[in-house]
Design a protein around this ligand. Structure first.
Ligand code: 8X3
Length: 268
């Protein structure tokens, strides 16, 4: 645990379930932790949980409100981190959401499709761009850092047809593509670019995905023994904990009862 002591970590979606669990874990490991999120109240609550809850750890914490879809807001937020925080060592691109539409692609509202793409893919690229430019690429004696991009098992397996999650799947497949390209473009640097690919995790992601229809959410999660947010936090942490010479380039973690995106030990 002490291997990450004094490292500085930026976590997007830091007030969501997986983001907050990760923030608490890195804080406990004596890292400095910066969280970003679009909702001020949720951010304040997460900051409170990190500082007064069971966070522990000797590092500092910051929370910056930022809509990652907006390039200017991202640039401003990252400039603030340059002024107020130590150089960022680890970027965890966690922010993202899904919309389980009730109709196929061609019947969906294009505004909904665009919004998911803009958070999950364009937003992730906006943050990565600014953090690389202002932190990781300017590190001396050579560019250094770890970037963990949260994908999903849907990043490489198309969802079942009744889920109608064109935009979510496409955005996560895009995250996989972006990660693979960036890993090659950073040749000659000390930058690791990694994927963390969760299966089903019991988080607000699912209630939001189902437009807060709790029966529908329970119908999906029930019987599968979904992972907890902390399980994914631990797997992200473990990827970062590896010595610099090791890149665990893909970490895919599913509930045992979820055999793949297409089959679980239950009826969907
Ligand atoms: C979501 C994965 O299995 O919950 O990223 O649909 S699953």
């Amino acid at each position: 645990r002490l291997a990450l002591k004094d490292k500085t970590v930026l976590i997007t979606g830091g007030s969501g379930d997986i983001g907050k669990a990760s923030a608490i874990l890195f804080k406990r490991a004596h890292c400095n932790v910066i969280i970003t999120g679009s909702n001020r109240d949720k951010l304040d609550k997460a900051l409170d949980d990190m500082t007064h809850g069971d966070g522990g750890g000797s590092g500092k914490v910051w929370a910056f409100q930022c809509d990652i879809r907006d390039r200017k807001e991202v640039e401003e937020m990252v400039r603030k981190t340059v002024d107020e925080c130590p150089p960022i060592d680890i970027l965890i691109n966690n922010a993202g959401y899904a919309l389980n539409a009730t109709a196929p692609f061609w019947e969906q509202d294009t505004a909904d499709l665009e919004s998911v793409m803009n958070v999950n893919l364009t937003g992730l690229m906006n943050v990565t761009h600014a953090v690389m430019r202002h932190h990781m690429m300017v590190r001396k004696p050579q560019p250094t850092g770890t970037i963990v991009n949260l994908s999903s098992i849907t990043g490489h397996q198309a969802p079942l047809k009744e889920f109608f999650e064109t935009s979510y799947h496409t955005s996560k497949a895009g995250v996989e593509g972006f990660t693979n390209v960036l890993r090659h473009e950073t040749v000659g640097t000390n930058i690791r670019v990694l994927i963390n690919r969760p299966g089903t995790v019991r988080t607000e992601f699912h209630t939001r995905r189902n437009l807060y229809d709790l029966d529908k959410t329970d119908g999906f999660l029930g019987g599968m023994c979904p992972l907890a947010a902390e399980d994914i936090a631990v797997s992200v942490f473990w990827q970062c904990l590896q010595p610099e010479r090791i890149s665990v380039i893909t970490m895919e973690t599913l509930p045992t009862a979820q055999r793949s995106l297409y089959a679980a030990d239950k009826e969907y």
